[in-house]
Design a protein around this ligand. Structure first.
Ligand code: HPA
Ligand code: ZN
Length: 333
């Protein structure tokens, strides 16, 4: 068996965890079409193929425009259930045994959707996933950083009523021009309420946004973080504190953070001793779920079996699972 074949076979059969997945980004064109009909919501596409061919992005903002438009078809609790259940079936297929998913409530409540319909739909599908497939999960609510502090405080208030289902809060959407310091007070309040914190930083934005996410937002993980290699002091800090970086290689190519997968800096991050792992981000938009991300990246960067193992181990180590569950899965790899 060739080395690449054994790596691919290892990826397919090993239990895995995913830590950076926007549930709205798992909305496949087929379901988007079906929901637009079910809810009588107009979308600017005549067919599933037309939707797919619109997915040519030049940067994060060009993607976000289409991503928020796509989310408009999500109306009822049942829609959020169906969306999440479809992702769970992909998890089962990819042998993902634990997943921590983001959702963007502000993109729905601004259209008059009830916060509880969103959370309950997602939560019911995740409960069914646990009952039927033993897949475990956590829910993380993201604030949209292009919106103001007031809107974010209002959504935090809603989340407080669902603490039993939401483990933490994150920060996503347009990074450039929306620095972490804009949300210092918000994250302080979220921490006071008992939420864990994470933030997208250093996807397109500068290393300074990673520093500020650590120092001002007190994050447990950095989402993306690929710009950290521009700052040696930051790399040392991330390493010393074992801060996980939830890297999403196919996303970075589609949004042109790197020109091609062969030039992605994931291997350099691994070589620097950073706690990195691979995730799919918005798989319906970026061309693949977790296994595709792992396989394509391993091929492009010529990763060894040991390096792939480290990526998968890092994902469990960096999860919000309890120590016993982490060790259970680490022993299986
Ligand atoms: N970055 C920022 N915001 C997002 C992303 C992303 O990769 N995906 C969905 N919202
Ligand atoms: Zn993301």
């Amino acid at each position: 068996m060739k080395n690449t074949d054994s790596v691919i076979s290892f990826i397919n059969k090993t239990p895995k965890s995913e830590l950076h997945l926007h549930i709205e980004g798992s909305l496949e064109p087929e379901l988007m079409f079906k929901l637009s009909k079910r809810n009588k919501i107009e979308i600017p596409f005549k067919s599933v193929d037309e939707i797919r061919s619109a997915y040519n992005f030049t940067n994060l903002d060009s993607f976000l425009k289409i991503y928020y438009e796509g989310s408009n078809v999500l109306i009822t609790e049942e829609d959020f259930f169906d969306l999440t259940w479809e992702y769970i079936l992909r998890c089962k297929n990819d042998n993902i045994v634990h997943t921590e998913i983001f959702f963007d409530p502000q993109s729905h409540t601004s259209r008059g959707i009830n916060f509880s319909d969103i959370v309950n739909g997602i939560y019911k599908a995740l409960t069914k996933a646990n009952n039927e497939f033993r897949i475990t999960s956590k829910i993380i609510m993201c604030f949209l950083r292009h919106l103001d502090e007031e809107s974010c405080f209002a959504i935090l208030k809603e989340a407080v009523n669902h603490k039993d289902k939401i483990i933490g809060v994150g920060l996503d959407s347009s990074e450039k021009g929306n620095p972490p310091k804009k949300f210092k007070r918000l994250f302080e309040e979220a921490i006071k309420e008992g939420f864990l914190t994470v933030a997208h930083a250093g996807e397109e934005g500068p290393p300074e946004y990673i520093w500020d996410s650590l120092n001002l937002l007190k994050v447990k993980r950095i989402d993306h973080g690929v710009q950290c290699l521009k700052d040696d002091k930051l790399v040392n800090n991330l390493k010393e504190n074992n801060i996980p970086l939830t890297v999403c290689p196919l996303s970075n190519i589609k949004l042109r953070v790197f020109d091609k997968l062969e030039n992605h800096n994931l291997k350099k991050m691994l070589d620097a001793g950073l706690r990195v792992m691979v995730n799919s981000d918005d798989p319906a938009y970026f061309g693949g779920y977790l296994n595709t991300n792992l396989i394509e990246t391993s091929k492009a960067l010529n990763l060894s079996l040991d390096e792939v193992k480290i990526l998968i181990q890092n994902s469990f180590k960096s999860s919000f699972l309890d120590e016993k569950s982490k060790n259970f899965w680490l022993n299986k790899i």
